[in-house]
Ligand binder design. Structure first.
Ligand code: SF4
Ligand code: SF4
Length: 221
């Protein structure tokens, strides 16, 4: 529908920041996961709004001036399953804005670890049997109730936690969005509801992504 189109000649289709395409092979040796217990969508997503789509249905405006190319079946649905918590059984990589924000909510010297120039919230051994991986570990912020302590206390969580189960890549300076391979295998929330991912992308893709020099979610560590 013409009325639904994003005006290609009018809207700057590039991310706001000059996004540098990653030259690294997408090796995910750290299951830094992405995570996000309590994937409560923001109000806008709950209203079911979605960005405009262009004529091939793949380019979507997620936030004003922030577009993404969607590379998954628009009929895919998602709803987080409370009892799952799989994506929080790992550590999570922090983008710089997350690191700055986390400083407002936690002692960075305790809550983060540096590895190869990147900052992480590490996983830790938990003294419990619920909401932990097979080895008893999980993200340090995953509480025994299966909820993210950060989200519960600060109504905030790291960008990569919001992005899961999606994956962000960059091609030709444009953000592309697909579904993570490990989410297909482990995420219990895939295709169990009527809630189409494509209708709620603003809940998964924070505007911050368009400001990052490299928003790719697969990284070489
Ligand atoms: S920070 Fe919160 S949402 Fe992210 S992995 Fe840890 S517990 Fe899960
Ligand atoms: S893996 Fe999927 S269903 Fe499980 S907690 Fe994470 S988002 Fe929810």
């Amino acid at each position: 529908m013409a009325g639904d189109r994003v005006g290609v000649g009018v809207v700057d289709l590039r991310p706001k920041a000059l996004v540098r395409a990653s030259t690294s092979e997408p090796v995910s040796d750290e299951r830094d996961a992405a995570a996000g217990a309590d994937h409560t969508p923001p109000e806008r997503a709950q209203r079911g709004e979605r960005g405009e789509r262009d004529e091939d249905g793949r380019r979507i405006e997620i936030h004003p001036g922030c577009e993404a190319i969607v590379e998954f079946d628009p009929e895919r649905t998602f709803d987080c399953v409370d009892s799952c918590t799989w994506c929080c059984h790992h550590g999570v990589m922090l983008y710089e804005p997350d690191f700055v924000e986390l400083a407002e909510h936690a002692d960075l010297s305790e809550a983060t670890r540096s590895r190869r120039g990147r900052q992480f919230v590490p996983r830790e051994g938990k003294n419990r049997t619920d909401h932990v991986a097979a080895d008893g570990g999980a993200c340090r912020f995953l509480g025994e109730d299966g909820l993210c302590g950060l989200h519960a206390e600060a109504d905030w969580k790291p960008t990569r936690c919001s992005v899961f189960p999606l994956e962000v890549s960059v091609e030709n300076e444009e953000i592309h969005v697909s579904i993570r391979e490990d989410a297909e295998t482990h995420c219990e929330g895939m295709d169990v509801s009527e809630r189409r991912l494509i209708d709620h992308l603003d809940a998964f893709l924070p505007e911050t992504l368009w400001e990052l020099p490299d928003p790719e979610t697969k990284v070489e560590l």
